[in-house]
Design a protein around this ligand. Sequence first.
Ligand code: ZN
Length: 105
Amino acid sequence: MGYADAKRSFETEKREDFSEIRNLCTKCGASRLNEELIKYGSYCMNCFDQYCKQAPSYFNDDIKDYSGDPKGWARRIIDRHAAGRHVSKIALQFANEALGTKYEP
Ligand SMILES: [Zn+2]
C-alpha cells in the first residue's frame, strides 16, 4: 500500500469519527488532520516516516558536537538528561563526577 492509498484510507476512516480539525505539519507545512499531527509529534505521516528513517542511532543523536572534548561523553550525558531524554542514573552519576558537577537525579 503506497502512501497515497494509506493517506486516503486514513482520511476516509477518520472522517467519520473526528471533525475535520486540521493543522499544519511543522516540517513540510502540509495541511493534515489534527489527529494525525498529534499522533506523529506535529509531523504529518510522511514526514514522520522520513524522520524515522533518518533517526540517528543511539550514539549519533548528540545535541551538540563534542568532538575534541575529552569529557564530551560526560557532557553528552548531562545534556541528554537536561533535554529530558532517558539517561541511566549511574551514567548520570559518572558524568557528574567526571565534570565535577553536582549529581541531581
Ligand atoms: Zn509533513
